[in-house]
Design a protein around this ligand. Structure first.
Ligand code: SIN
Length: 270
């Protein structure tokens, strides 16, 4: 792939690339924005080093890719409701995203993408793993692809957030989406179930649904589909939730890992 204004270095053959030649604090030229749209479509998750956007600049960068979504479960910052703090330290009891997931698939219109800037990271550890759901889908047998075709699944945030926030009296989002979705930009098919939010396949009896989902949850963890990102202070990861899953490794307790995330709104999966 060639780009006019940025340099894009793939980190694996399937997923992930490091981008150079962009200051996400902006302003960005139209040609840079076009290149970034192509880079995220080509690589599913892109990474930037040495970035120091302020809160408005982080939001402005996110808006180059769509409207910003408000997190349906976790409150944003007081003055910036579109920004969620991602923070872990010696007092943390849990961290966001420790299990494989795509962000907020419980929503009726799950986010297109998420942009995470970490300013503080442990010297070692705290990596994030990303997996390509295009490749996970494509690696299935033709028989399994035919079996999954047309199935839908429930994605429920209540089992995720109710135990984490027992004092919050709130019904979290729960919606039904296709098990295999088509990417609106690339036209490629990807697996769209994840072990954090997906609870059952609607068209199957519960034991069969559990067996199929467990097989798929195990299948998506194949290292062949993955890239592992080693953070440095002031790195940014921008991932496409429509065709990836990710997992944040909490192997650095009691050290601090901290930053800010914006989420770009998406559309109803088909
Ligand atoms: C998340 O799931 O959004 C958190 C990712 C991370 O902290 O690396």
């Amino acid at each position: 792939m060639s780009y006019q204004t940025i340099s894009v270095r793939p980190l694996t053959l399937r997923i992930g690339a490091e981008v150079e030649g962009v200051d996400i604090a902006g302003p960005l030229s139209n040609a840079q924005v076009d290149d970034l749209h192509r880079a995220i479509a080509d690589h599913q998750v892109i990474f930037f080093r040495d970035q120091q956007p302020n809160r408005d600049q982080l939001k402005a960068f996110g808006r180059l890719f769509g409207d910003l979504a408000i997190h349906s479960a976790v409150p944003g910052l007081d003055d910036h409701p579109e920004i969620v703090a991602i923070h872990a330290d010696a007092d943390s009891k849990f961290v966001a995203g420790e299990d494989w997931h795509s962000d907020l698939t419980c929503d009726a219109e799950p986010p297109m993408g998420s942009i995470l800037w970490l300013h503080t990271v442990p010297e070692v550890g705290g990596d994030t793993l990303f997996a390509s759901m295009y490749d996970a889908y494509e690696a299935l047998s033709p028989r399994m692809k035919a079996y999954l075709d047309g199935l839908t699944a429930e994605h429920d945030a209540n089992p995720v957030y109710r135990p984490l926030f027992p004092d919050v009296d709130k019904r979290y989002a729960c919606n039904i989406h296709p098990v295999v979705r088509t990417h609106p930009v690339t036209g490629r098919k990807s697996l769209f179930v994840n072990s954090s939010y997906t609870t059952r396949i609607m068209e199957l009896p519960k034991p069969e649904s559990d067996a199929v989902l467990n097989f798929l949850y195990q299948h998506v963890t194949n290292p062949k589909f993955q890239v592992r990102f080693r953070w440095r202070p002031n790195s940014v990861a921008f991932w496409d939730n429509r065709c990836t899953q990710h997992l944040a490794v909490w192997d650095y307790f009691p050290q601090t890992r901290s930053g800010l995330r914006v989420t770009v709104a998406g559309t109803k999966p088909y």
